[in-house]
Design a protein around this ligand. Sequence first.
Ligand code: AHR
Length: 496
Amino acid sequence: YAVDAQVVVHADRPGAVIRPEIYGQFAEQLGHGIDQGIWVGEASAIPNIKGYRKDVVDALKAIHVPVIRWPGGCFADEYHWRDGIGPRGQRPVRRNLSWGGEENNAFGTHEFMDFAELIGAKTYIGVNVGGGTAREMSDWLEYLTADGQSSIARERRANGRDKPWKVAYLGIGNEAWGCGGHMRPAYYADLYRQFATFVHPSGDDPSAIVRVASGANADDVAWTEGVMSAAGELIDAYGVHYYTLPTQDWKKKGSATDFGETEWIATLHGALHMDDLLNRHSAIMDKYDPKKRVALVVDEWGNWYDPQPGVASPPLYQQNSLRDALTAAMTLNIFHAHADRVRMANIAQMVNVLQAMILTDQKRMVLTPTYHVFDMYQVFQGATSLPLDVRAPDYVFGNVHVPGVQASAGRDAAGVVHVGLVNPSPDKPVRLHVRLSGAQAKSIKGRVLTAPAITSINTFDHPGVVKPEPLAGMSSSGGEWVLSLPPRSVVVLDMR
Ligand code: AHR
């Protein structure tokens, strides 16, 4: 072994609960994210359940998606909800101003809410602040949640839904500093205050809806300061966005599939920056909200690459490699460690867009390496976060350093301790010694995700190149477990 490492999990120092919503997803009305990726319509030859692709529904159910954010993104600030109700054939066709092409509105309020119900996810609706009004928002909320005999509730019934739905989260604007209106923090904070005042959902517990403010772009702590200081008392959750680009250059982000070790380590290093961001935004939030009433949510995150040259793909379509699996696991490990403040996250995006769980092509579907991480990490949903100490020499390439083992831990309701581990080295296994402090693990099981190369991908023709396998070869001695983390791998251990 070139590398020896130790992990001590402090089973006697339980932290906050890891909210299942940290495993949330984002589905924007763009490209083939919804149209074709989720929705094909009842008349399609692709097997479907009331218009939703059956293969995609089954795959999403299997990873227990806790919450879905919709309809955007940038699209939310151009969306008028009335375009997406009533008979499908009569809905207006609009230009998709954010992402190009046309939006036929076949997937609207009913289709989204019923889809979330079908896969068992909570709903996170983004309302139009940049181009809409508080009245439009409150009417939509009434349409969604009102019981009783108001005209809007009756309209929903006439459109086929008797019972009101539940809206768990309401996003008040999106990227207000950018595509949502190029606002300045003080102006947005005032608009937020205005819109938040008119959030009047009906239902058993109207106060249960979480109002999410449009938060900072990555490192922009001045935005957090401006918005929290001016509107903090009306904010329930504050949404930060952070994308990882191998080059950090939005004009030339880098390829999803054609990369070497320089881009590999740069992307891993970029993903680890999430920890720093959360620390810095949390510190400002602590100033205005020391009791941590306001959740920090990362309602867009993931890797963003250039489109594949020479291939006509829908907007924001990208392949997903083993590299994406490692950065997903690292990011989730970071969220676990911040569970006291980070209470929801939404990876961008669910199907066929950016760092997707699933890619589709006509009748075919493939699960990406990122999907498999969300599958392996399901055990952390609702677990109690446990601190851990990791001792491992850094993995270094050029002048970039990343920790030689990156990890998180949690204990589930049945008392099983789960440890998520990443070995970032492209070519060196790690011999890992794992110990629980304050508890004894009599048995251990593990799953590992790795592949022949850092660039390995799953394709429609070869869908099983990157997929989880049981981890073999674990032994115990003197209260400590010893195992091997293969190079370029994600491992999840279950210790009982
Ligand atoms: O996820 C794609 C886009 O990225 C979203 O629409 C926007 O909010 C962000 O800039």
